[in-house]
Design a protein around this ligand. Structure first.
Ligand SMILES: Cc1cc2nc3c(=O)[nH]c(=O)nc-3n(C[C@H](O)[C@H](O)[C@H](O)COP(=O)(O)OP(=O)(O)OC[C@H]3O[C@@H](n4cnc5c(N)ncnc54)[C@H](O)[C@@H]3O)c2cc1C
Length: 620
């Protein structure tokens, strides 16, 4: 690292930083390998960070889970008799400081670093609907002001949001503008005296909307092509708040429609510049996405703990169901997936922090530095959102299954978790949109901005293939894992390269193939992250060799699964665009890039499950 204290000029900052730490470039994982020493792993949390996570988890247990069991049913904000209790829980969360995690200290916030904020999102998953409520307050509802607000706007709104005195919401979606967010019809027209904008239009699905005091509202000024963003107070008037939506899950979380009828917004409440709203919306969603991924990891870990506790108690055929292979399979599987995604999650969160530091050192302003750093890892954030949401849904489904009929009964809360998890695949950009976005962002950085050279990286494929015909001498699982991860990267490079050449612009329309590519990309990132994590753990062995062995087994199992998912996606893509000799050749090459392994998945899953069952909770 360059230890010089001189501040490089802004224009060269990025180049300097990339020279110093190439892994701090988004998408770098595809073309190169990160030094495991540079990887952050969740075993490295400081005591203070662990305390924050424990405080949040304690809160969720005390104020959300225990009252749920006592009451015997979930809170529904659409029921007037529950509303007060929902508000009371929110106030208790605020008193503990849970609304202030993303707000800088000078405005009354905790000023946490980014990765601790991600950890917070994992911990708050135990709050079920409250994870959504607090998430909207600390992320999409307040970050537009943190990152884009003027000093006066920050002074005016952030302290109130941090203390919970003001409840915040983010209003982007409209009846005709969901995934196509820029298609909104809400209009902002300047008043005759130029002192304020008059907002007219309708927003739907607005989290916290029924209880909010401040809304970040996106609207087009006159006939602008792009959205602008406004800070709108409920007190401005001209806002009608719809009834609470009846939803499948997150029933304690407020979700409403908003109707604006000549709502007067002072001109000084325009956020950033005119037509800057679409950029704000996209950038804020990047932050929200990694946090949603964290929620998925938190939900999965909690599912493991609840399932293990139940499976040890519940007896059938004269024995605890935890002894059955079918149950151990599920416990081993969810645990392994949570462990692997944890590796990718905190790797990314830490890289955002490192990149922020690099931008700060280049002279960038604090908010812009953080935002640019998250933006840098937009590909990884989209992957984490998708994988986290899928994991949350899978884990809560299987946890419910482990509970049998009791899982279906409202009183255990398992079906609530299942219903609550489902929304994560839909909001903050649907999983399909996020998967396509990860590939689109990568191709932009390859073809347009030329930050990543996929063609150069792909040139190494023939050499790798030649080597694959030689007997692979090493018996070390880590070497096998490295070879597989490299093969997965080449698999993406190969298929995207050939499909791109063959289909050209038509590839964008062939969404099925793009989604195959997105799946390979996501599998590769997570597989590499868990493999790197094990590398790091081997470099500094912890005191518990048994635990390290289990982690090694989870890594092997993760890669075993990732290989098969990648293989299926690769095969689907090839069969969708290639024919004849090209098709046959590509399929042969993919088989060489992704050799199957002779490991015993039953043995690995059982080893993981037995360890978790012995500990009685998710122990890693
Ligand atoms: C409980 C809840 C809370 C929410 N909270 C908020 C909030 O606080 N603020 C806010 O602004 N919004 C919020 N939303 C809205 C949410 O972000 C949108 O629902 C989401 O972005 C999807 O938009 P849509 O519902 O219009 O679906 P659509 O965009 O109509 O999508 C329908 C289907 O089509 C697919 N699809 C769409 N476009 C494409 C494409 N180009 N290619 C391929 N497939 C495509 C989607 O993947 C999906 O499967 C919330 C939604 C819910 C349900």
């Amino acid at each position: 690292m360059n230890t010089s204290t001189a501040i490089p000029p802004k224009s060269t900052a990025k180049a300097v930083q990339q020279q110093e730490a190439p892994h701090l470039t988004g998408g770098f994982f595809l073309t190169d390998f990160m030094d495991p020493k540079d990887l952050f792993i969740s075993e490295e949390w400081t005591e203070e960070q662990q305390m924050i996570a424990e405080l949040v988890m304690d809160f969720c247990e005390r104020e959300v889970q225990k009252p749920f069991f006592k009451r015997g049913r979930e809170l529904e904000i659409s029921r007037p008799e529950d509303r007060e209790e929902v508000m009371a829980v929110f106030q208790k969360a605020a008193e503990l400081g849970l609304c202030s995690v993303s707000i800088p200290e000078e405005y009354g916030g905790m000023g946490l670093d980014f990765n601790t904020g991600v950890l917070f999102s994992e911990a708050i998953a135990g709050g079920f609907s409250f994870a959504t409520t607090i998430g909207a307050q600390t992320s999409i509802g307040s970050l537009p002001i943190v990152f884009y607000g003027t000093e006066a706007q920050k002074q005016k709104y952030l302290p109130g949001i941090a203390s919970g005195e003001l409840i915040a919401a983010y209003a982007l979606t409209e009846p005709s503008a969901g995934s196509d967010a820029n298609a909104g019809k809400t209009r902002a027209n300047l008043s005759a005296d130029g002192s304020h904008y008059l907002l007219n239009g309708q927003k739907i699905w607005i989290t916290n909307g029924g209880m909010a005091d401040v809304f970040i509202v996106f609207a087009k000024i006159d006939d602008d092509e792009d959205l602008s963003a406004f800070i709108v107070e409920k007190a401005f008037g001209g806002i009608t708040i719809g009834k609470e939506e009846k939803k499948m899950g997150i029933k304690a979380s407020s979700t409403v429609q908003l109707f604006f009828d000549d709502c007067p917004v002072p001109v000084e409440n325009l956020l950033s510049g005119r037509q800057a709203g679409f950029k704000i919306a996209l950038n804020i969603l990047n932050t929200g996405r990694i946090k949603l991924g964290a929620g998925g990891v938190g939900g999965a870990k909690m599912s493991v703990t609840r399932s293990v506790q139940f499976a040890k108690e519940r007896k059938q055929f004269g024995q605890a169901i935890a002894t059955f292979g079918a149950i151990r399979h599920k416990i081993g599987d969810i645990t392994t997936q949570a462990f692997a995604l944890d590796a990718a999650l905190y790797r990314t969160g830490h890289m955002v922090d490192e990149k922020t530091q690099a931008f700060l050192a280049s002279g960038m302003e604090a908010g812009e530095a953080k935002l640019s750093a998250v933006r840098e890892f937009a590909i990884e954030c989209a992957i984490l959102k998708t994988k986290g949401a899928e994991l949350a849904c899978y884990a809560t489904d299987e946890a419910m299954q482990i509970h049998g009929g009791m899982g279906y009964a409202a009183e255990t809360g398992m079906e609530m978790g299942y219903r609550d998890a489902r929304i994560t695949r839909i909001y903050e950009g649907t999983n399909e949109v996020n998967r396509m976005l990860s590939v689109a962002e990568l191709s932009k950085r390859t073809l347009k901005t030329k930050e990543i050279d996929l063609v150069k990286a792909g040139k190494a494929i023939p050499g790798f293939l030649l080597k694959s015909f030689l007997p692979f001498k090493s018996a070390a699982p880590m070497d096998h894992a490295e070879r597989l991860v490299q093969g997965m990267k080449y698999c993406f490079l190969l298929i995207s390269g050939v499909a791109g050449k063959k289909l050209r612009k038509e590839l964008v329309e062939a969404q099925e193939i793009v989604l195959n590519l997105a799946d390979i990309l996501a599998e590769t990132y997570v597989a590499e992250s868990v493999w790197l994590k094990l590398h790091k753990l081997h470099l500094s062995p912890n005191n518990d060799p048994k635990m390290r062995q289990i982690k090694q087994q989870m890594m092997e199992l993760s890669l075993y699964e990732a290989r098969d998912t990648t293989h299926k996606a690769a095969k689907d893509a090839i069969n969708s665009f290639a024919t004849g000799f090209q098709r046959r050749l590509l399929l042969v090459v993919v088989n060489r890039l992704l050799p199957g392994s002779a490991m015993n998945p039953m043995k690995l899953r059982r080893a993981v499950a037995d360890y978790v069952i012995e500990k009685g909770e998710y122990p890693f």
